[in-house]
Write a protein that binds this ligand. Structure first.
Ligand code: ARG
Length: 467
């Protein structure tokens, strides 16, 4: 064993290069969260005002102390909002920065604010309030995105396009129907947001360090003042739980995944090869070298943000997975992940809402593509079942031969002559041509949730009543 001091000193020369004052400075840097948790200042002040008010109401602190505390906290709020507040890294986090300033402003009364609470329930409260507000913002943003899709769906309830499986032309659908698929996805995302709000709607304050407190506090009073449905029921869980943050990140990841699929479709649709849409100038950029190009940058960045948001979810899951109850400092790492994901998600939803509203739908290109690739082959098979009484498997086989013949003649199914079709199956009549056009195909799919324009209009009306 070498002398502890000299070992510290000699290693310090190896790893302490950028820290002027050695291990203390490193400790301060790794320990401090003020750089990011200052975002929680408004929630921290609201929480403290509610706590102080309750303490006075319960006779735990005097009314005069409470008045001084509330006045001081409001002063600090305006100092922070007007940019006059000096945050100090030495004071670690937002809670101690505010409390220290309160002491400067009002003197010894400030010391009474922290009665019957700990930074453990304080941070749980602040962060919950922040995440709850963010969820409420997300709910609004998703509502705006859904509204954009409903408008486009209504406008294009009759616009035919190819529906794809394996990105190969499958059956004709309408663009309105395709838009409504996204309405369903973002509608489920929004209901996940609402559930997350419900789950987290309990007030942590009063759990104290982990065991509760002997002071006669009223947790129902603070819960009500802070807009929660009630107080949390277990003080240990309260200070160790971060699943409200995980739920936010899970919801964000799923929503981002939906946004990313849409972004990918926008990228594909806006290629000259597809040409289904034209993006507005507002959401695309030119190339510095190739004058003909218009790049879907906003869509690409939305697609990329998904990676970032998924990363945040995995990061926090990993931080939390091995922690013994109750609070551990590891949990301080929860905030940056949530803040970063929240910012990315808000931006991605807003950009997508703008793109969806602004993009030009090239109905001629969609229609031409809808008819290519023998997209009405299933309609021919269904017709043979319905009108000629064939079992579906036989009808499938007959249709396959019709497709082969059309391919040989380099024409669409609807361009084959009646004689051609009858050479494949004698029971085919003139009436078959009624189902071989894309419009007829689409109009025939009237099953609940199907692509027929009238069915899509019903779904639009259902959503309008709920958006
Ligand atoms: N800055 C800390 C955090 O974000 C606040 C809680 C500190 N609690 C403690 N026992 N050290 O987690």
């Amino acid at each position: 064993m070498t002398d502890g001091n000299s070992e510290t000193k000699s290693s310090n020369q190896m790893w302490g290069g950028r820290f002027a004052s050695g291990p203390d400075a490193i400790m301060e840097e790794i320990n401090a969260s003020i750089g990011f948790d200052k975002k929680l200042y408004a929630q921290d002040i609201r929480g403290s005002i509610a706590h102080a008010t309750m303490l006075a109401h319960q006779g735990i602190i005097s009314a005069e102390d409470k008045d001084k505390i509330v006045h001081g906290l409001n002063t600090i709020l305006s100092e922070i909002e007007s940019g006059q507040f000096e945050f100090s890294r030495r004071l670690e986090d937002i809670h101690m920065n505010i409390e220290a300033r309160l002491a400067t402003l009002i003197g010894p009364s400030a010391g009474r604010l922290h009665t019957a609470r700990s930074r453990n329930d304080q941070v749980a409260l602040d962060f919950r309030l922040w995440v709850k507000e963010e969820l409420q913002r997300t709910e609004k943003a998703l509502t705006a995105l859904i509204a954009a899709f409903l408008d486009r769906a209504e406008e294009h309830a009759d616009t035919v396009m190819p529906g794809f499986t394996h990105l190969q032309t499958a059956q004709p659908v309408t663009f309105g129907h395709h838009c409504m698929a996204y309405v369903e996805m973002f509608g489920r995302d929004r209901s996940r947001v609402r559930h997350a709000i419900e789950h987290m709607d309990e007030s942590p304050i009063g759990a104290a360090a982990l065991a509760g407190t002997g002071f006669p506090i009223d947790r129902h009073m603070t819960a009500k003042a802070l807009g929660f449905a009630g107080p949390t029921r277990n003080s240990i869980d309260t200070v160790s739980d971060r699943d409200f943050a995980l739920e936010f990140l899970s919801m964000a990841s799923i929503t981002a995944t939906h946004l990313s699929r849409l972004a990918e479709e926008i990228v594909i649709w806006s290629t000259p090869q597809f040409g289904f849409i034209r993006l507005s100038d507002a959401f695309s950029t030119g190339s510095s070298i190739m004058p003909q190009k218009k790049n879907p940058d906003a869509a690409e960045l939305v697609r990329a943000k998904t990676g970032r948001i998924n990363g945040s979810l995995i990061a926090l899951l990993t931080v939390m997975k091995g922690l013994p109850l109750a609070y551990s400092k590891d949990m301080q790492e929860d905030k940056e992940q949530v803040f970063d994901a929240a910012e990315s998600l808000e931006l991605a939803i807003a950009a997508m809402t703008g793109m969806v509203r602004d993009m030009t739908i090239r109905t001629d290109r969609m229609k031409a593509a809808a008819g290519s690739g023998y997209s009405t082959a299933t309609d021919l098979a269904d017709w043979l079942v319905r009108e000629a009484g064939l079992p579906f498997r036989d009808a499938h086989h007959v249709t396959g031969r019709a497709v082969a013949l059309a391919e040989q003649k380099a024409c669409d199914l609807a361009d084959l002559s009646l004689a051609d079709l009858q050479s494949i199956h004698a029971d085919i009549t003139e009436k078959v041509f009624d189902v071989l056009t894309v419009e007829a195909s689409v109009a025939s799919r009237t099953s609940f949730g199907g692509t027929a324009p009238n069915e899509v209009r019903k779904q639009i009306a259902w959503w309008r009543a709920r958006n």
